[in-house]
Design a protein around this ligand. Structure first.
Ligand code: NAD
Length: 552
């Protein structure tokens, strides 16, 4: 682990309309990189580790300093190359080329495993990374809240007549992404009961209004959750305990939650999962002093955790994996039924229609700039009812953390139209500084997770976005599901109000979502094939006939 030498003044995010770099694209990258270290946003104030176990914003603080200096001095016809969190070189390119190109954590496939990864990490040659720092618009809980909300909304409509009112929804982990769970559940009117061992993180979620209550006694937390469920009251409770202990109490009391999932970082047992057979304080020491033994304990707990999920599933809980590889870890330890905890396919049909996560951030730091964009989006797409419903709730319930931002799911043409309209807001001075636009890596095109046939797509996505002139483009291996199991591509496009930006926005916000339709077309999803046909997208569909194998 790298030494912490965080200086809150030195690393404060610049805000306002004045440039500290030579162009707004570099400025955008700088502000968003520093935003992710802002104590309001960062998982733990003062650390480079941002989220998902051990993912970092830069290799170390020296690298971070060099990245900051380079962003400040580079010209508008240059491209800065960052490799594994380290500043590598500056290349002469042209004004429409990305200002940053980033690759992190790549392995030749035959060499991928945690031991090799850690060995390289110790030598400073490898950094755990997801969409960072390449995609610093990855606004953590603020950004994942809608994806999680959509997942629970689909569960509600599939199993509970459209609302989670009167249902008990249990999970664990209030970390950077998991922190979005309680609010997503209460926004769907349900009760959330979430186990978390780190009291500081529970308090943080309460401060940011993502979580309603903290309870330290497991049985009291269960009682209060049951009372609220019976009364049809939407509340969220963070219970200070290990996930295994919470589920053991539930099984012993025969309390069967309606839904059950998990967002601990079980994909990385050493830095992301806390074992249940020892105190949290003891585990912190063991993790550093004897990582091998710690990992054995964590694996034993993961096995027990999934065993309990299966038990509750057999009694009626809708038990699903939320992309943290917990099933595979348990299966590797010998739990043969682990894969019965299913992976939901709740949002792929939206992707197949080319609807996806569209996010933006006000580089000025002024919440009024987001208000201006909110009003514009609401006015522009009055027929998009689910987006209107979401925006109303988001405006009421989501507290800004760091630079103000918004996420909402938009259709294909809508994303392009919104990007161009934001550029106009900047050009006409209706907002105080440019707007940075991105999307989640939870989208079809840019992410291949635990997939054995889709890995070309994120690589092609990065290449297409580079060709189109995105402001920065990144390629990551290792994402949410552990070494060897995923490849992700990130992109950001800055709307700085210029004509050049308008042309780039058109290309990127058209091509990037198009690339998202291609994987499900390739897999044989009917809806995706229809979308591709309507948009004259897929050459196989135009010139040949591709058999459809999947209904949705
Ligand atoms: P994180 O590392 O920031 O947070 C994990 C949290 O789990 C920590 O706060 C930790 O204290 C807690 N925890 C660990 N073991 C525990 C245990 N046994 N009992 C109770 N609490 C425990 O991770 P994150 O960014 O929140 O992501 C969580 C997982 O979800 C990751 O594996 C990530 O890859 C996966 N995931 C999330 C999304 C999403 O959009 N939300 C998507 C894909 C994957």
């Amino acid at each position: 682990m790298h030494q912490t030498i965080y200086d809150p003044v030195k690393y404060a995010t610049p805000i306002g309309s004045k440039l500290t770099c030579k162009g707004w694209i570099q400025e955008g990258a700088l502000r968003m990189l520093l935003n992710n270290l802002n104590p309001e946003v960062a998982k733990h104030a003062g650390e480079l580790i941002k989220y998902v176990g051990s993912c970092e914003a830069a290799g170390n603080f020296e690298d971070l300093d060099c990245i900051i200096t380079t962003l400040k001095m580079m010209e508008n016809d240059e491209t800065f190359v960052i490799q594994n969190g380290k500043p590598a070189c500056i290349m002469k390119t042209h004004k429409d080329a990305p200002r940053l190109l980033i690759s992190n954590s790549q392995h030749v496939p035959g060499c991928v495993n945690w031991d090799h990864f850690d060995e390289l990490g110790k030598k400073g040659l490898m950094m755990a990374d997801q969409m960072t720092p390449a995609d610093p618009i990855d606004l953590i809980s603020q950004a994942t809240v809608q994806g999680t909300y959509e997942t629970y909304a689909t569960i509600a409509s599939r199993y509970f007549k459209g609302t989670l009112k009167g249902t008990l929804n249990v999970s664990a982990g209030l970390g950077s992404l998991g922190g979005a769970q309680p609010l997503s559940i209460t926004m769907n009117e349900g009760v959330a009961l979430i186990a978390e061992v780190d009291e500081g993180l529970i308090n943080k979620r309460i401060d940011s209004r993502y979580l309603d209550l903290k309870i330290t006694d497991i049985d009291k937390a269960i009682d209060q959750a049951l009372e609220a469920t019976a009364a049809g009251k939407a509340i969220s409770i963070g219970v200070l305990c290990n996930a295994v202990h919470l589920l053991e109490h539930m099984v012993a009391r025969n309390v069967v939650p309606d839904t059950l999932t998990d967002q601990t970082s079980a994909h990385d047992p050493l830095t992301g999962y806390w074992p249940h057979e020892m105190s949290y304080e003891f585990a912190k020491v063991l993790r550093i002093e004897n990582p091998k033994q710690y990992t054995l304990y964590a694996d034993t707990s993961i096995y027990r955790h999934v065993e309990l999920m299966l038990d509750l599933q057999s009694k009626g809980s809708i038990s699903f994996d939320y992309g943290n590889n917990i099933r595979s870890r348990a299966n590797e330890r010998g739990l043969k039924d682990a894969f019965n905890v299913f992976v939901p396919d709740y949002i792929r049909s939206l992707f197949s229609q080319n609807k996806g996560p569209f996010r933006w951030l006000a580089l000025s730091g002024d919440p009024n700039d987001i208000t201006a964009t909110d009003e514009l989006i609401i006015k522009m797409f009055p027929e998009n009812k689910s987006m209107l419903r979401w925006m109303k709730m988001a405006k009421e319930k989501i507290t800004f953390q760091g630079l103000p931002s918004r996420i909402c799911w938009l259709g294909h043409d809508e994303r392009e139209e919104a990007g161009l309209a934001f550029n106009e807001l900047v050009r006409t001075g209706k907002v105080k500084a440019p707007i940075a636009i991105s999307r989640d890596h939870l989208d079809n095109g840019p992410a291949a997770c635990s997939s054995n046939h889709e890995t070309d797509w994120p690589i092609l996505n990065a290449l297409v976005n580079t060709a189109g002139g995105a402001s920065w483009v990144s390629l990551h291996h290792h994402g949410t599901v552990s070494a060897g199991n995923s490849t992700h591509a990130g992109m950001v496009i800055v709307a700085d109000g210029t004509d050049d930006a308008a042309l780039r926005l058109r290309r990127i916000l058209r091509n990037d979502p198009y690339m998202g339709v291609m994987p499900p077309v390739d897999t044989g999803y009917k809806i995706a094939q229809r979308t591709a046909r309507e948009n004259n997208l897929d050459l196989n569909l135009i010139f040949n006939t591709v058999a459809s194998t999947v209904e949705v």
